[in-house]
Design a protein around this ligand. Structure first.
Ligand code: OFO
Length: 165
């Protein structure tokens, strides 16, 4: 059985994943409208992944006999200052999500909730990959440069980033 505190934290996390999913969808829209097709696809995929994370948490709560709350998503950002800023915000978002998982795991340790810790390990590993990809994407702006056809090349390479660890 989950404690009230862990149940609440997991429901908050569901909300955060739903927010991430909506934010990435907004980023996909912005990229598409500004001619960055490769990046639009990349963020569309990220958005789908976040939706899967949301459901994974949702199903865990139900499996544990807890109350899973369908989240309300408010205040999704749609305006971005530029192409690079979109990727900067994506990295910030992932770092914040990692921190959020760490806080839940810390709480679980306090309660000796090893069952939930085991479940959350999957997310910690996933965050390693997501931060890696977001950082690599942002590095393309340095490696390729934004001048001339730079942005076009960055856009073409974003989808090719792979994580092999
Ligand atoms: Fe990348 O945020 Fe979900 O877990």
């Amino acid at each position: 059985l989950l404690s009230t505190e862990v149940e609440a934290l997991l429901n908050q996390q569901i909300k955060k994943e739903a927010h991430s999913s909506a934010l990435y969808l907004a980023m996909a829209s912005w990229c598409n409208q500004n001619g960055f097709d490769g990046s639009a696809d990349y963020f569309m995929k990220q958005s789908n992944e976040e939706r899967e994370h949301q459901l994974k948490l949702f199903n865990y709560l139900l499996d544990m006999g807890a109350n899973a709350i369908s989240p309300e998503v408010l205040g999704v950002k749609h305006d971005f200052a530029g192409f690079r800023e979109v990727f900067e915000e994506a990295l910030e978002q992932e770092i914040a999500i990692t921190q959020s998982f760490k806080n839940i795991v810390a709480r679980c340790h306090k309660e000796q909730d090893y069952v939930t810790i085991e479940f959350l390990n999957w997310f910690l590993k996933e965050q390693r990959e997501e931060e890696y990809k977001a950082r690599r994407a942002l590095e393309l702006f340095e490696v390729i440069g934004e001048e001339g056809t730079g942005r076009w090349h960055i856009d073409k390479n974003v989808g090719k980033i792979e994580y092999n660890s």
